[in-house]
Design a protein around this ligand. Structure first.
Ligand SMILES: Nc1nc2c(ncn2[C@@H]2O[C@H](COP(=O)(O)OP(=O)(O)OP(=O)(O)O)[C@@H](O)[C@H]2O)c(=O)[nH]1
Ligand SMILES: [Mg+2]
Length: 239
């Protein structure tokens, strides 16, 4: 069997200290398991301060561990799909660089994945031990209702399908044709494996609003998630 090696994908637009803290914590806690940290940036949108920090991390602080790529498709889905394409590990972690995905949880994701290598381990803000800090109150209730709706449509007990913080076996990622480019991509990455009957394990995670930069997701865009869910449920077939 291949040795367990993790590729972590970090999309970056306007993060500086949040990105640095994310990288430092995940490497400090899991250096023996992480073989590469793939930072994906946008030619048009990633800010100079982030690019300067990435250059320092890649060339001075962690040579050989950080790999930077420019996305070829737009938006967050395009960025993560680039990460999927270039990753070389046996397992892939998808997360953010704005500290809204707690880097301290990466160790738990990895440890559970080692015990369950063909499962997806996914972070969940709604189960016991998880929480939201400074989440928009309207989004909070909408998110709760949307999770309920998804549970009915997909006949699942999962309860945080929109949180893009998970570890996957790489062969599963490379086998699926990904379609979404915007934020609903985060949902696509759980719904397609769910329909393929991949085992999915949840761990609690505490979400806290970013302290720098701004989200790339507009409020109205949240409603696109419904279309994505229905499209996948009604029309998607793995070929
Ligand atoms: N390279 C790249 N990174 C992106 C893009 N869009 C978002 N990101 C990064 O992906 C991470 C998550 O994106 P956010 O825009 O904060 O979205 P979110 O937190 O998942 O969603 P909200 O809670 O709705 O704001 C952040 O670290 C962003 O910098 C993109 O188009 N390209
Ligand atoms: Mg965010």
């Amino acid at each position: 069997m291949n040795k367990f090696k993790v590729s972590v994908i970090l999309p970056v637009i306007n993060e500086t200290f949040s990105l640095q803290k994310t990288v430092e914590i995940i490497i400090e806690n899991s250096k023996e398991d992480i073989s590469e940290v793939i930072i994906v940036v946008s030619k048009e949108k990633t800010i100079d301060d982030s690019l300067r920090l990435i250059n320092y991390l890649e060339n001075i602080k962690y040579p050989n561990l950080i790999k930077t790529h420019y996305q070829t498709l737009p938006f967050i889905g395009g960025a993560i799909q680039k990460g999927f394409e270039v990753s070389e590990g046996t397992h892939i972690i998808m997360m953010a660089s704005d500290l809204e995905t707690d880097p301290n949880d990466v160790k738990n994701l990895i440890n559970l994945s080692k015990l369950n290598p063909s499962s997806i381990i996914t972070a969940n803000r709604w189960i016991k031990g998880g929480s939201f800090k400074k989440y928009n109150i309207i989004k909070f209730y909408l998110n709760f209702m949307f999770q309920l709706m998804l549970r009915c449509i997909f006949l699942t007990k999962l309860s945080d399908m929109t949180y893009g913080f998970r570890i996957f076996p790489s062969n599963l990622i490379k086998e699926i044709k990904w379609q979404e480019l915007k934020h609903p991509f985060l949902l696509e990455t759980i719904l397609k494996p769910l329909l393929m009957k991949v085992n999915i394990i949840e761990i609690p995670s505490k979400w806290a609003a970013r302290l720098e930069g701004t989200s790339q997701n507009s409020f109205i865009e949240n409603f696109r998630y419904i279309k994505t869910a229905l499209n996948i449920r009604l029309f998607w077939k793995k070929i």
